[in-house]
Design a binder for this molecule. Structure first.
Ligand code: COA
Length: 376
């Protein structure tokens, strides 16, 4: 691009949309969904209420919440062909690949698949929120040689998730921690995956196509994949007494510390503080407090040495691990929360759309003569 180039690498600080969904104050470490502080939502609202808030604009009254729960429950049955596909997939396949394929397949059978109207988008959002959770648990069961566990009417979205994953009824503390985690992951402005979903629908493509793209973006270790990488780091360290030696080696090798640092938050990620408290409790409950102790020690050391803050994915790692979630399902679980925000952003984009199409600075060779094949 020659016309007044203003290259901004990584689009840092660029404002690319107006939104009513997420108020992210990076300088002061504050975050709110539609005006409600994230700490209040995580502590006092359910993920279903937060989903309603994001999709409809207000916290639901009792009857409105009931109607949403009816919609989520009705969508829980996923097409049989998807379960058959899971049986045919290689057992060792990354569950995020499976999730991406699942979203594409769900789009093939959704009655509103290519309808981008507001009403159809809300209906699809409710179905996807429900189906993603059912699908990832069913896939996990099938790859582990077990049959999928049917959801139970009357259990919340979070409780059903843990039940469908393990086949065991989770306790109230585990349900609360998991439910709050889904809320904390539900929405986060123009993060890479949400921006991806907006870019896709800005072409007037549809919600399933956009969410499949969002899953692909979330998978990377600089985004949602960081949580899994944090847990693998803690496992590599092994014991609390090894943290200092690990930190020294890693600092000397200029290694990137997963779950640390953030593009927007510089003073602190408000989600991390809440997750830290829940991780402490869950690690105590599970009898494996060492994961929490290691995380705290690593966090403090790296913060001191490099001034990096722990982000949302740092303490969610020991938390998810203590809740019995397999490490390679951490990123799919994040998707199970972020689906609400993706869909709400897709709806906002469709409702007030302009094609997202930035420019690039051309830095290749100058114009030159074409050389025929025999003369190269
Ligand atoms: C999130 C993240 C991608 C933001 O990155 P960014 O705004 O593009 O910042 P950069 O990658 O340009 O990093 C800026 C500087 O901080 C350093 N830095 C940032 N995060 C770091 C980390 N986690 N570990 C070590 N160094 C880090 C970089 O090495 C770079 O240093 P330099 O200028 O000396 O080269 C980055 O902090 C990161 O990679 N974190 C780990 C992955 C992660 O947890 N992702 C989940 C985010 S919610």
């Amino acid at each position: 691009m020659t016309e007044g180039s203003g290259l901004i690498r990584g689009l840092e600080g660029v404002v690319a949309a107006e939104t009513q969904l997420c108020d992210l104050d990076g300088a002061n470490g504050r975050l709110a969904y539609r005006g409600y502080d994230i700490a209040d939502l995580a502590r006092q609202a359910t993920f279903e209420e937060v989903t309603y808030l994001l999709l409809y604009g207000e916290l639901p009254k009792a009857a409105q919440l009931d109607a949403l729960v009816v919609g989520l429950t009705a969508a829980r049955e996923i097409p049989r062909e998807i379960l058959q596909a899971y049986r045919a997939m290689p057992k060792a396949t990354d569950p995020m690949r499976v999730l991406q394929a699942t979203v594409a397949m769900l789009g093939m059978s959704d009655p509103d698949a290519t309808d981008n109207s507001h009403g159809a988008n809300v209906r699809k959002a409710v179905r996807l929120t429900s189906q993603l959770a059912v699908a990832m648990c069913a896939h996990h069961r099938i790859r582990s040689g077990q049959e999928p566990v049917n959801p139970v009417a009357g259990l919340s979205h979070a409780a059903n998730f843990l039940y469908m994953l393990t086949g065991e009824r989770p306790g109230p503390a585990a349900v609360k921690a998991f439910d709050a985690s889904l809320t904390l992951y539900a929405e986060h402005e123009l993060n890479a995956s949400t921006f991806t979903t907006r870019t896709i629908v800005s072409t007037q493509s549809d919600m399933h196509s956009a969410v499949a793209g969002g899953v692909g973006a979330l998978k990377g270790p600089l985004h949602g994949g960081a949580g899994e990488a944090v847990m693998r780091t803690l496992m590599e360290i092994g014991e609390v007494t090894n943290v200092d030696a690990f930190a020294e080696r890693s600092l000397a090798a200029k290694r990137r510390f997963m779950g640390m640092g953030h593009r927007v938050y510089k003073a602190g990620d408000p989600r991390a503080a809440i997750l830290r408290g829940m991780a402490e409790e869950a690690c105590k409950q599970s009898g494996q407090f060492k994961w929490y102790e290691m995380a705290v020690k690593l966090h403090e050391r790296i913060a001191k040495e490099k001034g990096l803050i722990p982000n949302v994915d740092f303490y969610s790692a020991p938390l998810f691990y203590s809740l019995g979630i397999p490490v390679d399902l951490f990123t799919p679980v994040i998707a199970a929360g972020r689906i609400a925000g993706w869909c709400a952003n897709i709806i906002e984009q469709h409702d007030d759309n302009r094609l997202i199409r930035p420019r690039a600075d051309y830095v290749g060779p100058k114009r030159r003569e074409f050389v025929p094949r025999e003369k190269r």
